[in-house]
Structures are given as C-alpha cells and as structure tokens.
Design a protein around this ligand. Structure first.
Ligand SMILES: Cc1cc2nc3c(=O)[nH]c(=O)nc-3n(C[C@H](O)[C@H](O)[C@H](O)COP(=O)(O)OP(=O)(O)OC[C@H]3O[C@@H](n4cnc5c(N)ncnc54)[C@H](O)[C@@H]3O)c2cc1C
Length: 457
C-alpha cells in the first residue's frame, strides 16, 4: 500500500490547484514545497509599517471571469477582487496618456479597427492553432495594421507575451488572449488585483486544501521521482538535518514517499532536478527529453522596483506601458497597487511597482543587472517625476523566468508540453510552462484544471 494516492510537487498556484482538486475527489494527497511558504512565483510579503508587497508587478488577467477564479470556485474558494484596471495608459513624449487619446485614427482606420476586433472576437481554437507557429508581426502585416493602431497593438502584445519584439511573439497566443477578453465582456488587457495582493489567492487555496484533509509540507525539497520500470511510484525528499559531511558535499539524505500518482507542478526548467534526463537510463522517451531540453531555456525576464512614497506617484487604476523607457531602452510596465487596493499600504503611503522586460541572460549577469537597475531607477524618477527624498523605501527585484514558456511562435498552444508524461504511467505536470493558454497566472490555473481533469477522467 502506498503512503498516499497522489503526490504533488510544488505549491505554486498550479500545484495548490491540482492538489486541491485531487483531494476533493477523494485522493489522499501530499503537497510538497521546497520553500518555507506556498505560492511559488506568486507571493505577498507583509513588511514592517503595514505594507503588503508582492514579488514584483502582478496583476491577474480577466479577474472573476478567468481560469484563476474558476480554479478557486472548483475547490470552494471565492477570491475577492479589489479592483480592475480600467484602461491602458501609454507613455509617450514624456507624458502618460490614456490609450484612447493616444489613438488618432482616420475614418478608414477606425473601420479597419472595428472589423479586426469583430474578427478576433469570432476566433475559435482552430484559428489560434493556425497562428501558433507564426508571429504577431506577420498577423499585423496580413491585417494591414499600421501607424498608431499598430503601436497600440504592439504595446498590448508586449504585455500579453512579456516579449518586446512582435516578430518573436506567437500570434496564436496574442489572439487567444485578446479573444478571451472580448468574449468575456472585458476590454483587451483589463486585469484585476486580488484584495490583499497575490496572498489573497494563495492563502485561501492553501487553507482550502488543508481543510479538505490534504497534507501540505513546507521546506521539503523533492530530489527525484522514483520509477519502477515505466511507472512512477513516488518521490525521494531531502531529509532535514542529515549527515553534515553529506550536507557539505551536497549529497542529500532522502526519504522515500510513495504514491501511484506524481504531479510535478514546477516549471520545465526545474525538471532536470527531479527527473533523470540521461536517455540511456530515463524511463521517459528520448524525443520528449530532447524536446524539454530544447525549449527549457525559452524564458522571459523582468527587473524593476517596488517603490513606497509619501504622495501617490500615480492615482489611476490602470496598467501602464511604454514600448521603451528612456534610459534602458527596454519595454516598460507598471501599476500602482494602492490605487487598486489602498489596504496594501498604511494611510498616507503609496506603492508603485515598475518593471522592464529583459532577456533572461541580461538579469542573470549581475553586472548587467545592476547597470540596468540603476538606469531603470533614473527612468522611473523621470517618468513619475519624483525625487529620492520622497521615497520611503525602494525594493529592487528581478527574475529570469517570470511567466512560463516564452510565448513565441512554435511554443504556444499544442506546442507546449502536455500535462501527462508520455510513455510512462502515473506522471503528470501542471503549471505555466505546460498545456494551457493565456497570460501566466491564467495559463498556470488552466493547466491545473486540465491536469486534474486528465487524471480524474
Ligand atoms: C516578478 C514576477 C511578475 C509576474 N507578473 C505577473 C503578472 O502580472 N500576471 C501574471 O499572470 N503572471 C505574472 N507572473 C507569473 C506568475 O507568477 C506565474 O505564471 C505563476 O505564479 C506560475 O505558477 P506555477 O504554479 O506554474 O509555478 P511556480 O509558482 O513557480 O510554482 C512552482 C513551485 O514549485 C516549487 N518547487 C520547485 N522545485 C521543487 C522541488 N524540487 N521540490 C519541491 N518544490 C519545488 C517552487 O518552490 C514553487 O513554489 C509574474 C512572475 C514574476 C516572477
């Protein structure tokens, strides 16, 4: 008899989502997380003085009409949304302006815009598939979109993909994200902020899982998935403490935990830490191992600041974007969490979160990263017109793998790795790097739903 019916590795939104659905379906589920808190890339920290900050710029596409919300509802959690962004503000010629006022369209362009929007709203999965292997740049060309209308689309597709260059963006994914928003009655790229930040999603999910009887173990790093022949039968978990010499030499002592079902809810770039990628020994087929190795470097990076000030630097409940910020020359995004939820800062204090979209290699190089962060800091002082003396605190942050598999041509839709491992029994995957369309958190939530459906039938 196995220790559990299912083991889920990784307590990000996807792992919490799959684990809760399995537990709800009557499977005795163990959820293992290597860090001391659940949430993965979605974290909120309570700072001294009454601030609550997320790890970087985080808004959730679609809010109550999206897959994140649907995932919560499935496991009996009703997320509370603080506010929705009302529009997109763009930065040009030293000013922030509402997207509407930015677009100066001729009558002919207006007609084209309406026609294109209608066409996008009517698109189906087959249409996205046809565009998954082609760039957004190609789609804009085919539709004859140019001038300021093209610039607005370029801003939106940069936010949708976290990729600056339209030639590198998957048209299928951009069109899917736009279609979802249009169909569900929201303007394109209207995003929501959960009350209390990302913790407002993670904490209730973790609580719901445990209330159902699921077991969540924190600070438990999985070292490897254990197979018997071509069947996953459990995992080896690093043992706390252990032999000091083994610790020094990083040869962990492990405990074996068994289950006939293992779900790896971690990004594909962490799979080689828990699965043997040596084709001579791995139970997984060589084509799959090769595919994962080929695409695991396809990530996107961000760096930016969380800034607390004594006066609001931006009061509108909007998402802000610029194709280039003045000094870094990189795509820029920002929003003011306190405009969405004043409860995330003490009275009379305000938060702004900013980022530049960067190649992962650029943030991995610490000298380059520092140079970019300095330039970014000067950029935001210029863009929001503040002085160092007005700042309560400024927290720099960066990530080389922010939101899933890069949404490039040939990497979206069915090109993403499936939620079920091929050629072996009992091994599944969930998270933003696996099957499931949509912006990062939405994609992760959708893959958690797909994964549980595949397991439970
Ligand atoms: C700075 C930043 C800004 C972002 N902004 C947005 C945004 O505005 N909108 C949006 O939609 N998305 C955004 N994202 C992306 C979003 O956070 C992710 O898409 C989402 O959180 C991914 O969830 P996940 O469950 O798939 O993976 P993760 O959250 O990465 O969860 C994986 C978990 O597995 C654990 N783990 C890994 N290896 C092991 C192991 N061996 N043993 C045990 N546990 C392990 C990790 O610790 C982690 O908790 C942002 C991400 C970052 C970093």
């Amino acid at each position: 008899m196995s220790d559990y019916d299912a083991i889920v590795v990784g307590a990000g939104i996807a792992g919490l989502g799959v684990a809760s659905q399995l537990q709800q379906a009557g499977k005795r589920t163990l959820l293992l997380e290597m860090y001391s808190r659940p949430g993965g890339r979605m974290q909120s920290y309570d700072l001294p003085g009454g601030y609550r900050v997320d790890t970087g710029l985080h808004l959730i596409e679609m809010g109550d009409k999206g897959y994140c919300h649907q995932l919560g509802t499935r496991v009996g959690v009703e997320f509370e949304w603080a506010s929705f962004s009302t529009t997109l503000d763009l930065y040009q010629d030293g000013e922030w302006r509402d997207m509407q006022s930015f677009i100066r369209l001729t009558e002919e362009e207006k007609a084209l815009f309406i026609e294109v929007m209608k066409e996008v709203a009517a698109m189906e999965e087959g249409d996205f598939r046809a565009w998954d292997n082609r760039s957004f740049d190609q789609w804009l060309d085919v539709k004859g979109i140019s001038g300021s209308l093209r610039e607005v689309w370029e801003n939106m597709s940069m936010i949708m993909t976290t990729i600056p260059d339209t030639r590198e963006q998957s048209a299928g994914e951009c069109l899917y994200i736009a279609r979802e928003a249009l169909r569900k009655g929201r303007a394109v790229l209207i995003a929501a902020y959960p009350r209390g930040g990302m913790g407002g999603i993670i904490a209730p999910l973790a609580e719901a899982f445990q209330k159902m009887g699921g077991r969540l173990e924190l600070g438990r790093r999985v070292e490897m998935v254990v197979f018997e022949g071509r069947k996953a039968v459990g995992v080896k978990v690093a043992r706390e403490g252990g032999n000091p010499i083994a610790r020094e030499w990083r040869v962990p002592s492990t405990d074996l935990v068994t289950a006939p079902l293992v779900v790896l809810a971690l990004p594909i770039w962490h799979l080689d830490k828990v699965l043997d990628f040596d084709q001579r020994h791995s139970p997984l087929p060589s084509w799959w191992l090769k595919r994962i190795e080929d695409i695991r470097g396809e990530r996107t990076g961000l760096l930016g600041y969380i800034v607390a000030t004594r006066r609001p630097l931006y009061e509108r409940t909007v998402f802000m974007s610029a194709l280039r910020s003045p000094r870094t020359g990189l795509p820029f995004q920002a929003f003011a969490p306190t405009a969405f939820d004043p409860g995330v800062a003490p009275p009379g204090r305000y938060l702004l979160v900013t980022d530049n979209v960067v190649e992962p290699e650029e943030v991995e190089d610490k000298f380059n990263r520092d140079r970019l962060l300095q330039a970014h800091w000067e950029d935001i002082k210029e863009m929001y017109r503040f002085e160092d003396g007005e700042v309560e605190f400024a927290l720099p942050y960066f990530t080389a793998g922010c939101d899933g598999l890069a949404r490039k041509p040939g990497l979206t839709g069915d090109f993403k790795p499936d939620v079920q491992a091929p050629g072996v029994e009992g091994l599944f995957f969930a998270g933003d790097t696996y099957l499931g369309r949509g912006l990062a958190i939405e994609g992760a939530a959708r893959s958690a739903i797909l994964c549980a459906e595949r397991i439970l039938g």
